[in-house]
Design a protein around this ligand. Structure first.
Ligand SMILES: [Fe+2]
Length: 496
């Protein structure tokens, strides 16, 4: 059995090595232009205390590190589906973790932040984050996977001060639904009882938890936040994120009824003021004792809007953030921790992992509309099925047809040929989810889309195969070139 005190001490030992950062930005290397953004901020007299950069090519991250030696960098990982019972058996697991550690080393990050979410499960692929099953077994698997990744970071991580970056698990967003048998705060308490990880509390994601669970029909937002923070392991929160929210494009602004709007996570969109009110409530909480950083997550957002929002956030919160961070440091000094070795878990039983594999296969089939909504973890979703229906019938088809590249723009000639044959592109959505598929490479939605579309055309319109192949080749070439071209540009202080 894992001793929770031992795990907590292990976390504390790791936390002590992380220096306080303050207020910063979570960004993407490519969009918007990172150097232009920093320049514009400096013109306004603003200097982010740190930049958390999203996974990119190692060469691009190295270029950023070299071009900005005076700004601390942290790392936002992607593509490591630690929610999944079979992730460690994936042929790409070692390679993916290895690449992540290389990138952590190259920017000298103090942590690896990763969403507690996935874009692939049981052989099915998606374009945007899906929350885990909120069950005790699922929490155990997440903790076990995190412990394995942390051990690999401990072995391969190379920070100049000799410490290893800490795994931070982020509260994921809900997109209209959540499935599970236990409340979300309890799930995270189970994980942190088993693994010495820190947490990232994303305020916008927290808003979607209120909006897409029964809470918004039961209590006020303020009361929800109070109850959530009471049960959530807030003492493990190392970083806070604040990002934009917006209605999904094809759905548009719904007619405003008495309830809150149907916003979802949207980094390009403005940050609604309600999130700053929630942030205040979080920062005031006495259990927030491990905080090291607060970032506005601004990838894909227009630069002028970022500068305005960051200036406002600094004006309003920098003092409070500093006070919260020093309050936590004072608690740590007084606890007098003794160094302990890294905690590890007993290996999980295969039958538990198999059970969860089956649960995730059903999850993928339910949300893609291939299976009815059944099972204990789906009871609450079934009772209020409008959220899942919206996901199945509007959000998911849009994701497959448009996310990461619209099919009609990617394959203009092939799409015309399909239309002439009376084949509707929505059939591609059913084709995509028809059966599970073995993974052929590390997660890349763009490349996956090309591969699947080629298969679809081969089956439905074999005489258009050649045309689709030619368009695929051009897309793959352009994609590879875009990645290569970005690197020398970054080295010159410019982005794409
Ligand atoms: Fe976030």
């Amino acid at each position: 059995m894992v001793d929770p005190d031992f795990v907590q001490q292990d976390f504390q030992r790791r936390l002590k090595m992380i220096s306080p950062q303050g207020m910063g930005l979570s960004v993407d290397v490519y969009s918007p232009d990172l150097f232009e953004l920093v320049k514009k901020l400096r013109e306004r007299g603003l200097q982010p205390a740190y930049l958390e950069v999203f996974k990119a090519t190692t060469a691009a991250l190295t270029a950023v590190r070299q071009a900005m030696p005076d700004i601390a960098l942290a790392y936002h990982g992607e593509g490591l589906w630690i929610t999944q019972p079979d992730v460690q058996e994936s042929p790409f697991f070692q390679q993916d973790v290895g690449e992540m550690v290389t990138q952590l080393n190259c920017i000298q990050s103090q942590w690896l932040n990763h969403e507690c979410a996935m874009k692939q499960m049981a052989g099915y692929s998606f374009g945007t984050y899906i929350p885990p099953l909120y069950t005790p077994l699922s929490a155990e698997v997440v903790a076990d996977n995190i412990a394995t990744v942390q051990q690999m970071i401990d072995q391969q991580g190379r920070r100049a001060d000799g410490t290893a970056p800490l795994f931070l698990l982020e509260l994921p967003p809900l997109t209209y639904f959540a499935a599970g048998t236990i409340p979300i705060p309890h799930f995270f308490r189970l994980v942190t009882g088993l693994a010495p990880c820190g947490l990232v509390l994303d305020i916008g994601h927290l808003w979607t938890v209120y909006r897409y669970t029964a809470a918004c029909r039961r209590i006020s937002l303020e009361q929800f936040v109070r109850e959530f923070l009471h049960d959530f392991p807030l003492e493990r929160v190392v970083e806070i994120h604040v990002a934009g929210l917006a209605c999904h494009e094809p759905v548009g602004e719904p007619e405003r009824g008495p309830g809150p709007p149907e916003w979802i996570d949207a980094h390009a969109a403005p940050i609604p003021s309600i999130l700053f009110t929630m942030l205040e409530q979080v920062l005031d909480h006495p259990s927030l004792v491990s905080l090291r950083a607060v970032a506005l997550e601004v990838d894909t957002k227009p630069i002028d809007l970022i500068v305005e929002e960051y200036a406002e956030a600094v004006r309003r919160f920098s003092l409070l953030v500093q006070q919260t961070m020093s309050r936590g440091r004072a608690v740590e000094q007084s606890t007098g921790l003794t160094p302990r070795p890294a905690s590890g878990q007993e290996p999980m039983g295969q039958s538990d992992r198999q059970q969860l594999r089956d649960d995730y296969a059903r999850y993928a089939q339910i949300i893609s509309g291939q299976a009815p909504i059944t099972g204990p973890e789906w009871q609450e979703v079934a009772a209020e099925a409008t959220g899942l229906t919206r996901y199945r019938t509007s959000y998911l088809p849009h994701e497959i047809l448009h996310w990461g590249g619209g099919l009609t723009e990617m394959f203009p000639q092939t799409c015309r040929a399909l239309a002439e044959r009376g084949i509707c592109l929505t059939e591609f959505v059913s084709f995509w989810f028809r059966s599970p598929r073995p993974l052929t490479h590390s997660y890349d939605f763009f490349l996956l889309k090309i591969e699947r579309f080629l298969e679809f055309v081969t089956e439905r319109a074999p005489d258009a195969r050649l045309c689709a192949e030619q368009e695929s080749d051009m897309l793959r070439l352009a994609y590879a070139q875009a990645n290569e071209v970005a690197e020398p540009l970054l080295e010159m202080g410019q982005t794409r």
